[in-house]
Ligand binder design. Structure first.
Ligand SMILES: Cc1cc2nc3c(=O)[nH]c(=O)nc-3n(C[C@H](O)[C@H](O)[C@H](O)COP(=O)(O)O)c2cc1C
Length: 164
């Protein structure tokens, strides 16, 4: 699957809405992720609302690019599904990577915007969406058609592998 190798973070987006079918595919890819005990402890808040994306771009100092994205997805843990936030986080990270790769497959750019374990960022998102106790917003992902040429970095390092 070349999209795994070809993906890279995109931080400049065209001012063009994504197709509903594309958003659906990205979300469906998230749900394909593995999860501990198959708990599927994720919940996704999806917004294309320009005003909200602008406001949300303030949730972290490194999320400014969200203001120009076509789509933002808040990846949340649902601790009703697995009370261990540590496990939820791992499962939600797997779901997030699936979304990034599926986006690339559709020629859509994306960028993961870190939140958890930064308490301020988690609280900002929790309050913004008035989320119940069990739904913990972990981070966001910005999506949009790329408005920049970006080559994937070659990050392969033989020195980081030990063969036994
Ligand atoms: C947990 C996590 C948090 C990240 N947070 C941010 C962020 O807040 N803002 C940003 O522009 N990029 C963020 N990134 C993207 C990384 O900077 C990027 O993945 C890294 O530089 C490697 O580049 P690549 O994605 O092009 O391979 C984050 C990535 C991860 C996995």
């Amino acid at each position: 699957m070349n999209s795994i190798y070809d993906r890279c973070s995109i931080r400049k987006f065209k001012q063009e809405s994504l197709k509903k079918s594309e958003i659906n595919k990205i979300l469906r890819a998230a749900f394909c992720a593995p999860s501990a005990k198959n708990a599927q402890p994720w919940f996704f808040i999806v917004t294309e609302d320009k005003e909200k994306l602008k406001e949300l771009s303030e949730f972290s100092p490194y999320a400014k690019l969200l203001a120009d994205a076509a789509l933002g997805i808040v990846v949340c843990a649902d601790t009703d599904c697995n009370p261990s936030l540590d496990y939820c986080q791992q499962d939600c990270a797997a779901a997030t990577q699936n979304m990034l790769v599926e986006a690339k497959e559709l020629n859509i750019g994306s960028c993961w915007l870190g939140g958890y374990p930064n308490e301020d960022r988690v609280q900002t998102l929790k309050m913004y969406f008035k989320l119940p106790q069990n739904i913990v917003p972990l981070w966001m992902v910005a999506f949009g058609y790329p408005d920049q040429k970006q080559e994937p970095k070659d990050k392969f390092k033989e020195s980081k592998i030990r063969y036994e």
